[in-house]
Design a protein around this ligand. Sequence first.
Ligand SMILES: Nc1ncnc2c1ncn2[C@@H]1O[C@H](COP(=O)(O)OP(=O)(O)O)[C@@H](O)[C@H]1O
Ligand code: SF4
Ligand SMILES: [Mg+2]
Length: 326
Amino acid sequence: MSILSVTDLHAGYQRGGAVLRAVDGVSFEMQAGETLAVVGESGCGKSTLGKALLRLVPPSAGQVVFNGIDITRLRGGALRSIRRRMQMIYQDPYGSLNPRQSIGAILTAPLVVHGIGGRAERSRLVHEMLDRVGLPAASFSRYPHEFSGGQRQRIGIARALLLKPDLVVCDEPVSALDLSIQAQILNLLAGLKQERGLSYLFISHDLSVVRYFADRVLVMYLGRIVESADHAALFDHPSHPYTRALIDAAPDPGKRRPPAPIAGELPHAGALPAGCRFHPRCPLATGLCAREEPALRTIAPGQRVACHHADAVPMNTRIKREPAEA
Ligand SMILES: Nc1ncnc2c1ncn2[C@@H]1O[C@H](COP(=O)(O)OP(=O)(O)O)[C@@H](O)[C@H]1O
Ligand code: SF4
Ligand SMILES: [Mg+2]
């Protein structure tokens, strides 16, 4: 069953009279229980996409259908009751935790807003959740600055999950954490997903995290999806030159090769290149690429790519290279 169905979604920001098109025509389906990753360099529009899905940034056009309900134009109480089912975990929980409120107050507030339980019941729910995310009961009366980065992310997870959502948008939930702590938080998220049948839209610029965590991957470049593929297809035969560049730029856990940074700079979303948006940085670009924007098309079961020359992309030249003696 599809939990999320997104059609031609647009969202952006006003900048000096112009509109910055941060999300510029995104369509995808997400199945219930799936972990769908969204990857791309910083500035590609991943966070704006996550926020537009939850209506935290207003979409300017397009449609978001969540659990069969078109939520694109919901307002007031109807929007509030849907929001309860869609929650967000942020990269920097500290920035989203009020420093003057105790953890107990922070975690109780959403329950009050949504009219869940009486005083005693809310306290019980919060204590139960603190325990589940691995925080001591005494955290209830402590303040955000008394916690480490990893603990603060546990608080952010507790806050998102207290409302028993179906869909959680995890926006770079471990990017600000040390490697050893990252694994703990990812394991916690994986366990909670299993227990509660959650669906995760998992935003990350880090492909090593996505490799570990995702069922399926959307690759985003300058507001558009350029490739959509199952986990295996994406890592075994990436087809868009940008996907291949992202994989080559990520640290290789097997250390068979040094990371190769992506050539050129990400153009600003306020000055989108004509034709294929990746053409100024693409090693395979032709005249056609500079003129015509490629549409997303299916090239294999479960794999779609927006590239005029996707069939010509040599596969596995870097990522599958094995040591000579192996
Ligand atoms: N609140 C905002 N106001 C104006 N521009 C923004 C805002 N948030 C993001 N942007 C711009 O929108 C584009 C996409 O940003 P973002 O969605 O944060 O990308 P990502 O999460 O992939 O790094 C960038 O050009 C960024 O500068
Ligand atoms: S359409 Fe052309 S420029 Fe764009 S990714 Fe494909 S080959 Fe490169
Ligand atoms: Mg972001």
